[in-house]
Design a protein. Structure first.
Length: 145
């Protein structure tokens, strides 16, 4: 497997606790070079399109996306990404507390690349991020920019 440079990851997560958990787990995984956290789909879309307030935003290699957020949730962002050809090439991993079959079906119908339920404890959560790293940055070929 080819080793790639450290990833640029956009985390779309409204829970401060879950965002901190991802940051801690990412440090343990050592695969994230840059991590930007935004609180909802509105800010994520603004970041991805370098809208006002996000003019210096970079294009992420991967989006980790929660589903249930205020203003615009994960499903809304997935819909917006499909309308923007350069953005729909960015792999999206839905990382959410839900494991409801209807959420899984809807996320894939909106072209999410992967659906992962957040594990309940830090150790399992950290291992899940290592597994995401292994797949998306060591095994899988992605289109890049």
């Amino acid at each position: 497997m080819k080793e790639k440079a450290k990833a640029k990851v956009l985390l779309v997560e409204d829970s401060i606790t879950d965002a901190k958990l991802v940051e801690l787990a990412a440090r343990k995984a050592r695969w994230i070079g840059q991590l930007r956290v935004v609180k909802d789909g509105v800010d994520a879309y603004r970041f991805l399109t370098q809208a006002e307030g996000f003019e210096d935003a970079w294009r992420p290699d991967l989006i980790l996306l929660d589903l249930n957020m205020p203003r615009m949730g994960g499903f809304g962002l997935l819909e917006k990404l499909q309308d923007h050809p350069p953005l729909r090439r960015i792999p999206v991993v839905v990382l959410t507390t839900s494991s409801a079959p209807e959420d899984v079906r809807k996320a894939y119908a909106l072209h999410a690349n992967c659906f992962v339920s957040k594990p309940p404890d830090f150790q399992t959560f950290a291992q899940t991020l290592l597994d995401i790293e292994e797949f998306w940055f060591k095994v899988c070929l992605t289109p890049g920019e």
